[in-house]
Write a protein that binds this ligand. Structure first.
Ligand code: CFM
Length: 463
């Protein structure tokens, strides 16, 4: 369908679908156009390949120096917005860039990159290696950054990993996840053997420790007797990545950004993987159960699940009473949009609108499987569409990110940040209580009533 604001971009029609209309009755029959280039002129909110590689997959690695090879803006705007925490937050503290300027564009930036790597590793001698992220500018002029990285690696005696993640490579940040997975797999994984043989070891793949999610998850696996070799890449050390090929099982959480490495490990090392969701009570229980089944630790898992469920149940009940029947609009990068449909039902909420920035067919299949008839599904929405949806479809809650937050506030729509979390962490059993509390606080904030009473017509914006 075409929204009113899209009269001048009729191409948007195939990106917006209502489940239950026009032959869209099930995950099999619902078709939506996705993962294709954005129509020129459409103000997409998508990021670029570099953003997906540097900001999502490579960036969280805590003990390497991250250097951006490109203009300063590429570095600055990719720094500091995603709270992928670690016990050493070096990677979030510093932003390093070769700062390519006009003369480098004319005469080349390879020497500058070499120098930057050598200088940075002298400045931070305790770091275990260097990750270099290539941007559009050096790629377009034909810099051989890979060669500069190789020479610098010989000079400093540490690994220098070059990511060819130039922004223009893909249609969104999703391509950057792929590049990040491939380069880490090819250049780091398997370069060392663990000191002790791994027996009950897993990797949590696609778990980025947003606002400390891992502290709600990892201890539960450990309590079952399962060692987490690495979380790819939340709170990850390059040393963890080197030995991740010895894990017995990959437990894949973000299935958009990290299934690539699980597939590559399966092919090369025969490591099986399972897909899980680590948000929500039932999802988290299933994740522990499925992992336990692989190792024959079912009894241990059930004990933990029962204890945690009992602990959170009264809280969940409390919020369920307050939130039942509320209508939600979820707009996330991709997987969280489908991960969260079931979890919101646990607190009585219905998802009425779902949108993703860079979802692929498999993400939308999962969305269409989970949502009920009448749900509006939107691929790669622009700001005008979001504003129209907020006014015409009047959700009781909008779960989205910083780019949309102030639009929602101005329009008087309760909002929770699903990317970086309001309080957080939201993963695991205890995280679900925090998620519910933040939702409750947003939905029942007295500010909305005051706004309606005092702001009157509010400049024509319907609230
Ligand atoms: Fe995976 Fe993510 Fe997401 Fe993602 Fe992201 Fe993110 Fe996201 Mo923001 S890795 S795809 S590129 S779950 S940063 S931690 S919240 S858009 S839905």
């Amino acid at each position: 369908m075409l929204l009113k604001c899209d009269k001048t971009i009729p191409e948007r029609e195939k990106h917006i679908v209502i489940k239950g209309k026009g032959g869209c009755t099930s995950a099999r029959t619902c078709k939506i156009s996705c993962n294709i280039p954005t129509t020129p002129g459409d103000m997409t909110e998508r990021g670029c390949t570099y953003a997906g590689c540097r900001g999502v997959v490579g960036g969280p690695v805590k003990d390497v120096i991250h250097i951006v090879h490109g203009p300063i803006g590429c570095a600055y705007y990719s720094w500091g917005y995603r709270p992928h925490l670690a016990d050493d937050d070096f990677h979030l503290t510093y932003v390093l860039v070769t700062d390519m300027d006009e003369s480098n564009i004319i005469f080349g930036g390879e020497k500058k990159l070499y120098q930057a790597i050598v200088e940075a590793s002298r400045e931070f001698p305790d770091k275990k290696g260097v990750f270099v992220y290539n941007t559009c500018a050096p790629a377009l002029i034909g810099d051989d950054g890979r060669d500069a990285a190789k020479m610098a690696s010989e000079k400093i005696g540490k690994p220098v990993v070059f990511f060819p993640c130039e922004g223009f490579r893909g249609v969104s940040q999703s391509q950057g996840h792929h590049v990040g997975n491939e380069i880490i797999f090819k250049e780091i994984v398997g370069t060392k053997e663990p000191e002790e043989p791994v027996v009950y070891g897993i990797n949590l793949v696609g778990e980025y420790n947003i606002k400390g999610d891992l502290k709600n998850i990892q201890p539960l696996f450990e309590e079952m007797g399962i060692e987490v070799i690495t979380a790819f890449t939340g709170n990850a050390s390059i040393e963890n990545l080197k030995v991740m090929h010895r894990a017995k099982l990959n437990v894949v959480h973000c299935q958009r950004s990290a299934t690539y490495i699980a597939d590559m490990m399966k092919e090369k090392y025969g490591t099986p993987y399972i897909n899980v969701t680590l948000w929500g009570i039932d999802n988290m229980s299933d994740a522990l159960r499925d992992t336990a089944r692989f190792f024959g630790l079912e009894r241990e898992a059930e004990k933990i699940i029962a204890r945690e469920k009992e602990r959170v149940a009264p809280h969940i009940e409390y919020y369920k009473k307050r939130l039942s029947g509320k209508k939600v609009f979820i707009y996330q990068g991709a997987p969280r949009a489908w991960h969260w449909v079931k979890l919101l039902k646990e607190i009585g909420m219905e998802t009425a609108i779902v949108a993703t920035t860079f979802g692929h067919d498999d993400d939308y299949r999962k969305i269409f499987e989970k949502v009920r008839k009448g749900t509006l599904v939107v691929d790669n929405p622009n700001a005008l569409e979001i504003a129209e949806i907020l006014t015409e479809y009047t959700p009781d809650l909008f779960i989205s990110g910083n780019k949309e937050k102030y639009l929602a506030y101005k329009m008087g729509v309760p909002f929770v940040n699903g990317h970086t979390y309001d309080s957080g962490p939201y993963a695991g059993f205890r995280g679900m209580v925090k998620f519910a509390r933040d939702i409750d606080r947003a939905v029942h904030s007295p500010v909305w009533k005051l706004l309606r009473e005092n702001a009157g017509n509010n400049g024509g914006i319907k609230i």
